[in-house]
Design a binder for this molecule. Structure first.
Ligand code: HEC
Length: 177
């Protein structure tokens, strides 16, 4: 009986972990897609400079809308070793992973899902983001002056410039509440 309980609780926790992995993956898919769709639309409609202010004001509400009812179960956000918005500063549990990924190119670190448990038992999922061509407009090392000025105005402490194509940019993260 005892063994049965141990076994079934092991099994149960694995199922739970699998659920978390699937849900966290879906949530980050939706966040990515929704952020990029809104950003691209804004860029093609009003240009990159306007899109910088748009990001500044709307990232959170876009993300919340994409997360819908999952907000009850999960916290989520973006973080990086080089941040633009200080609100995205890494939490302690992200720091070691950021060090591992810093400066790496896409494919250099084998992509297995990064999932771990915090001391309080809550699970965390980290999904690496890499620099695509369109990201360079606002995160590259050759950002045009008007975009650069806008970024400086909104984020005087910005550190998120100078990235290269395919370089690790940061994580989207999901954490159980
Ligand atoms: C129009 C300019 C623009 C483009 C294009 C852009 N970003 Fe950003 N990015 C920003 C701004 C502005 C912020 C700060 C948003 C905020 O206030 O939360 C930001 C923040 C981030 C963050 C959160 C961490 C931090 O530094 O605060 C990540 C990660 C990120 N961008 C990745 C990307 C990736 C990957 C791409 C390309 C797929 C991309 N960005 C394209 C302007 C841009």
């Amino acid at each position: 009986m005892k063994w049965f309980l141990v076994l079934s609780s092991l099994l149960f926790s694995d199922i739970h972990a699998q659920d978390f992995q699937t849900e966290a993956k879906n949530l980050t898919d939706d966040l990515k897609e929704s952020l990029m769709k809104n950003l691209s639309e804004k860029i093609s409609k009003d240009g990159v400079v306007e899109a910088v202010s748009f990001c500044h004001l709307n990232v959170k509400s876009i993300a919340k809308a994409a997360a819908a009812d999952r907000i009850k179960k999960y916290e989520f956000g973006r973080t990086s070793h080089k941040i633009r918005n200080v609100d995205n500063a890494p939490q302690p549990w992200a720091e070691d992973y950021l060090k591992d990924f810093e400066g790496k190119k896409k494919g250099e670190i084998k992509m297995t899902p990064i999932i771990f448990k915090l001391d309080n038992g809550k699970r965390v999922y980290l999904r690496p983001l890499y620099v695509e061509a369109k990201c360079l407009l606002c995160h590259g090392d050759n950002v045009s002056k008007n975009i650069h000025d806008k970024i400086q105005e909104l984020y005087p402490k910005d550190k998120a410039l100078g990235f290269k194509l395919n370089e690790f940019r940061g994580f989207i993260w999901v954490k159980e509440k």
